[in-house]
Design a protein around this ligand. Sequence first.
Ligand SMILES: Cc1cc2nc3c(=O)[nH]c(=O)nc-3n(C[C@H](O)[C@H](O)[C@H](O)COP(=O)(O)OP(=O)(O)OC[C@H]3O[C@@H](n4cnc5c(N)ncnc54)[C@H](O)[C@@H]3O)c2cc1C
Length: 390
Amino acid sequence: MERIIVVGSGFSGSIIARMIAEKMNKKVIVVERRNHIGGNAYDEYDENGILIQRYGPHFINTDNYSVIEFLMQYSKLFRHDTKLLSYIDEQYVRLPFNFRTMQQLVGDKKSEYLLKQMRAEFAGRDRVAIFELLKSNDDAIREYGNLLFEKAYKTYTAKQWGLNPDQIDKSVLERVPMAMNYDERYLNKDFQYLPINGFTKLFENMLNHKNIEVRLNCDAFDHISFDYEAKKIKYDNKDVDLLIFTGAIDELFSLKYGRLPYRSLNIKYDYYDEEEVLPCEIVSYPQAPGYTRQTEYKQIAFERPVCNKTVVATEYPVEYTPDLETGNIPYYPVLTSESKCIYEQYVKEAESFGNIVLCGRLAEFKYYNMDVCIEHALEKFNEIKLLLEE
Ligand SMILES: Cc1cc2nc3c(=O)[nH]c(=O)nc-3n(C[C@H](O)[C@H](O)[C@H](O)COP(=O)(O)OP(=O)(O)OC[C@H]3O[C@@H](n4cnc5c(N)ncnc54)[C@H](O)[C@@H]3O)c2cc1C
């Protein structure tokens, strides 16, 4: 019988474990260092019955309905179009920036000309990257693009990545869209959903299989060792046939080629004796000192708990420092030519064993949205199947 170990119980690890257990009828051990399953999508109810996503707000959004169908095997989902406002110059404006935002920021009179010009220049397109506005031949469109950069993106991006605003290049707007209409949905994907009873319940159902054993509070690094000469992986000194690793790849090899850089978040919670306090479920604050976003979780619940209390989570981007009490969770990979080079050395090392499968945002040092992460884990399973059938 094979010994298959999956490290990590986020989307990547849980999906692969379930697939191996169900489709191949093989036993899998899932090792999770936290005291809960679900990775960064973990959520829990607080004492007021409000469902809080402890690692920041997550919304499933995809153009690929098969992702939704896949998740529906493990939880009922409800449609939820994510809505965001941004607080700029002491007023709330809609995100994504759309025609209404333009009217709010430059006034109706000025926007009349801009609307006409944009409709002509970007005819037939729902969304256009703000970077394209900056490259327009029309002075007014370019000026509006610059205004968005200065007021919304320069300082936000600087806070997010811990940089000086002057270091922020306009190319950050290459993938930031503006809606060429009055569309109020933040995300431009066809299918936007959330699990009715939360992500953790979905993970519980996914991992609930006779062939899966989940070990919480268990750091894989206390158990894994490598025999470099024989190219063997050991878990508690016994051979492992297949290691599916979804944790941080630099940690797997004891940082031997250096630490991979990440940004982290310090999330602070404030409770209010009120029904609701924010004008929208998420508000971004490009101009505020230190923090970037606030989320009022009550507003994204399938059924809003009846209580005159609410909680707001405020995100403070911080440097990733594994040994400190705050900022010790790697959130966003900092992709530079140097970090990519370090990452490649770890991948080579992993490949030299022949039976380590790297999957997920930490093991592959990539920012994955959940939909991409889910599709990717299912693809990885197909590779694993071939490996196990060899
Ligand atoms: C603030 C924020 C908001 C986001 N919002 C969205 C959103 O709205 N929509 C969207 O599609 N995506 C969103 N994402 C992306 C989403 O979080 C990822 O796609 C997803 O969590 C990746 O899952 P994963 O399994 O690869 O990694 P993770 O969820 O990080 O799981 C890895 C697991 O491995 C465990 N682990 C690591 N090392 C060890 C070890 N040594 N031993 C045992 N266990 C270990 C960790 O504890 C963790 O549980 C967001 C990300 C962030 C940071």
